[in-house]
Ligand binder design. Structure first.
Ligand code: KIV
Ligand code: ZN
Length: 519
């Protein structure tokens, strides 16, 4: 692959993606996703925003220590404290990158930063110089670049390259750009910035108008050689540019783009499923590449065409994105070895202790269910990834319900300090009654924003998956659980959300809304 034909894939699922409401992940979950991103073959993992919270700091630190191969990047505003903190988290990474950003558009200068152009230029240069004192790989982002005056943007980019930035990222922070205009901005920078060839031009597009992928690809045609993206297009508001869409566009239309990436495309679907499970944010059915319907052909004419010649209606092979025709099925007599292999194939990196737990869960499940499908194994593996600190565990529950009776639930919870607490409540149905009882015991009262139950595999003995989304004091939290009993799955999912609310950190800084402190 010649350097000029190589597109660098910068994944920001763990930073910009994680900023999506309710998508926050704990350390174990972030490490799991980081390992999966490495297996997928991304070049850069933006692991977090170290100054934002102790949780973000620890995640960047641990990913820097444990995930070898990709460049590990940490975000910092353009001030001394942020940059120093980012370096503290990144210093053990074999290949660290500090990503410094400062807004440049008139709107941000006037209303958010209260800074004139001169001051922006001075701070940008000072920030990059400070970061460069720590490591050689420095990325600079003029936030809200797509709404910045082109000449000023060119000036900022030129000055940060002079100061040592090795990647210049051009964010469409609010998803305002349209492809031809965004492409023209990249062209303008290529034609007007002295030293532009000394840095990689990167693009970072949000999807507010549904144009994030189109804008990124338009910029790539103009010479951008890094795309910042997230798995499943996760991210603030309407999300970020979806990694899987950019990758498959570049691969499927290699005739047009003439570019290569280091992505193992067969890892796309397993990684997408892992991120959906860990964050609880499901992919819409008709989502390109990873949606359930992405390769399903319903119309008779299409099916007929497909049978005659696959390429009549299919531009990509499902196997190329890791969708297998036949699901791997395990049963009661399958051994530890087969289970371990399947868990790894599905994208999980569990240690021996966790694998043992999964194996025990598998044996118990196999007593209740004849065939164990991938979705069942994923659900078992997830319990290991999700198992953050649980303040409460479900000891037992009982519900009563029926025509003309008042639905009731009695629940017993164990607190981590050893106390067993019991209570009972009525509700609109047995699930509502259980939720109300858990609220009474934990003392955390929430607003239920979403509740869904579905089967995760096929057959009458299929397990049911419950997902809840709750809101408490302006914070959104999700819970998810699986059981052959859907009332139990609902109780466990609700309890997981309550535990997360009880133990998760305080709200962290948001890089797109926080103002700057002195450099
Ligand atoms: O959208 C944005 O501008 C960002 C920057 C911090 C790169 O996420
Ligand atoms: Zn962003």
């Amino acid at each position: 692959m010649s350097e000029n034909n190589r597109l660098i894939i910068f994944d920001t699922t763990l930073r910009d993606g994680e900023q999506s409401p309710g998508a926050s992940m704990n350390l174990t979950e972030k490490l799991e996703v980081a390992h999966a991103l490495k297996d997928l073959g991304v070049d850069v993992i933006e692991a977090g925003f170290p100054i934002a919270s102790p949780g973000d700091f620890d995640a960047v630190l641990e990913i820097a220590r444990q995930v070898e191969g990709p460049i590990i990047c940490g975000l910092a505003r353009c001030n001394q404290e942020d940059i120093d903190r980012a370096w503290e988290a990144l210093r053990d990474a074999p290949r660290p990158r500090i990503h410094v950003f400062l807004a440049t558009s008139a709107i941000h200068r006037d209303f958010k930063l209260h800074m004139a152009k001169e001051e922006i230029l001075r701070r940008a240069v000072e920030g990059v110089t400070r970061a460069r004192g720590y490591c050689e790989d420095i990325e600079f982002s003029p936030e809200d670049a797509s709404r910045t005056e082109l000449d000023f943007l060119a000036e900022v980019v030129e000055r940060v390259i002079e100061a040592g930035a090795t990647t210049v990222n051009i964010p469409d922070t609010v998803g305002y750009a349209v492809p031809s205009q965004y492409a023209a901005a990249i062209r303008h920078l290529k034609q007007n910035v002295r030293g532009i060839d000394n840095a990689v031009i990167s693009v970072h597009c949000h999807n507010d108008l549904g144009l994030a992928v189109a804008n990124s690809l338009a910029a790539v045609r103009e010479g951008a050689r890094q795309v910042e993206c997230t798995i499943n297009g996760l991210g603030e508001r309407a999300g970020n540019c979806a990694l899987e869409e950019v990758i498959m566009a570049v691969k499927t239309r290699a005739d047009y783009f003439g570019l290569d990436t280091s992505i193992q495309t067969r890892r796309i679907c397993p990684t997408s499923r892992l991120v959906a499970h860990v964050t609880g944010i499901q992919v819409q059915r008709n989502k390109a590449i990873v949606g359930q319907n992405a390769f399903a052909h319903e119309a008779g004419i299409h099916q007929d065409g497909m049978l005659k010649e696959r390429t009549t209606y299919e531009i990509m092979k499902p196997e190329d994105v890791g969708l297998t025709q036949t699901e791997f099925v395990l049963g009661k007599h399958s051994g530890r070895h087969a289970l371990r292999a399947r868990v790894q194939e599905l994208g999980y990196h569990l240690d021996e202790g966790q694998l043992q737990q999964v194996f025990e869960g598998f044996k118990t499940l196999a007593d209740r269910k004849k065939l164990i499908y991938d979705a069942d194994i994923e659900a078992l593996a997830e319990t290991q990834v999700h198992s953050g600190p649980a303040l409460w565990t479900l000891d037992s529950f009982h519900t009563s319900d029926g025509t003309g009776t008042l639905p009731m639930a009695a629940v017993s919870l164990m607190h981590v300090d050893g106390r067993k607490l019991q209570d009972a409540a009525c509700g609109d149905g047995p699930v509502d009654a259980i939720f109300k009882t858990i609220e009474r015991i934990s003392g955390i009262v929430v607003k239920l924003r979403d509740y869904q139950v579905r089967n995760i595999s096929v057959g009458e003995d299929a397990q049911g998956e419950a997902r809840v989304e709750v809101e408490h004091n302006g914070r959104i939290q999700r819970g998810h659980a699986v059981s052959t009993d859907i009332i139990e799955a609902s109780a466990l999912a609700f309890l997981q959300a309550i535990n997360r609310l009880a133990t998760r950190r305080q709200p962290k800084l948001n890089p797109q809304t926080e103002t700057i402190r002195a450099v």
